[in-house]
Design a protein around this ligand. Structure first.
Ligand code: AMP
Ligand code: MN
Ligand code: MN
Ligand code: MN
Length: 283
């Protein structure tokens, strides 16, 4: 028997994904995903539609969210898995982050206009699918008007620190984000730990601060990670006694990019993030 196909990190049009929540679940079903989490940025808005589709297709759905955190000046993404959408503490927190996104959007547009990008705010808003305004929407506008070949290139050349469209925002603290997740009955997970450019000393400090806030898990297996990544992050999980998660961070169908559920398995010796949870896979 092949091992279960589990993917605990994916986006829909509720934030910066390309597929509607129902279409995302239908794709997961077609691809044989046995357990899927929808984890949109700073919103639970896609979960109701996804849950309906999940029942129709018979794909168990973990209700999730990906929260923007600023730790020591660095943007860190914290996943909440197994949350109850609508929980007031969580929803009020996410709402405050969405407001910060809108303020950032205006400042980003001014920066992009200064290097000749036409109509940056209106363009990004045309790419936006719900009430979340993401750098991804600005990136799609940059691609649409020929400033970059793809979203990755647009982000790299225009939207990261040091580039004209980058604007620093203080997002949630670990204490806030993890507190909201725990209040909503979820598990807090550090997403894609390899993407923050932290040296060993800062990485240890980051994990220690995350755990002090009540965080208990880390994404050990990620989509689009360099080879050797999973072994490094398995070792980090062992060192700190963290639970392990796995997720593709799927945003859009593409011929060359990541796909839902196409992930290596978690190392056997690690405690999976779902252990003891009611949403644990039934195999
Ligand atoms: P935001 O949450 O609005 O700051 O947008 C960040 C989004 O851009 C992430 O969720 C990713 O989907 C996408 N992204 C792709 N590459 C990068 C990168 N190198 N740095 C930051 N974000 C990236
Ligand atoms: Mn994203
Ligand atoms: Mn992320
Ligand atoms: Mn993500």
């Amino acid at each position: 028997m092949s091992p279960p196909c589990i993917d605990l990190h994916a986006h829909s049009t509720a934030s910066d994904g390309i597929l509607e929540p129902a279409a995302l679940v239908a794709r997961a079903s077609r691809l044989g995903v046995d357990l899927l989490a929808l984890t949109d940025h700073d919103t639970t808005g896609g979960l109701e539609e996804a849950e309906q589709a999940a029942r129709f297709h018979g794909v168990p759905l973990v209700h999730g969210v990906e929260i923007s955190v600023t730790w020591d000046g660095t943007l860190i993404h914290v996943l909440g898995l197994g949350i109850t959408a609508g929980e007031p503490t969580l929803e009020a927190g996410l709402e405050s982050l969405r407001r910060r996104r809108n303020g950032r959007g205006e400042a980003m547009a001014a920066g992009l206009a200064s290097v000749g990008v036409p109509d940056p705010l209106a363009g990004a808003l045309r790419q936006q699918t719900t009430n979340i305004l993401s750098r991804t929407h600005f990136a799609r506008h940059l691609v649409a008007c020929g400033f970059a070949d793809d979203v990755e290139g647009a982000i790299r050349d225009y939207l990261v620190p040091g580039k004209p469209g980058h604007v620093h925002v203080e997002w949630a603290s670990f204490d806030e984000a993890v507190g909201w997740i725990l209040a909503a009955g979820g598990v807090a997970v550090i997403a894609h730990p390899g993407r923050y450019g932290l040296d060993a000393e800062r990485e240890t400090r980051m994990v220690t601060d995350f755990m002090a806030a009540g965080g208990t898990a880390i994404e050990v297996v990620c989509g689009r990670s360099r080879s050797g990544h999973a072994e490094d992050y398995a070792e980090l999980a062992r060192r700190h006694d963290l639970r392990a998660s796995l997720g593709s961070d799927f945003h859009a169908p593409s011929a060359t990019g990541v796909e839902l559920g196409r992930l290596e398995s978690l190392p056997d010796d690690l405690l999976p993030v779902w252990a003891g949870r009611e949403w644990a896979p039934q195999f």
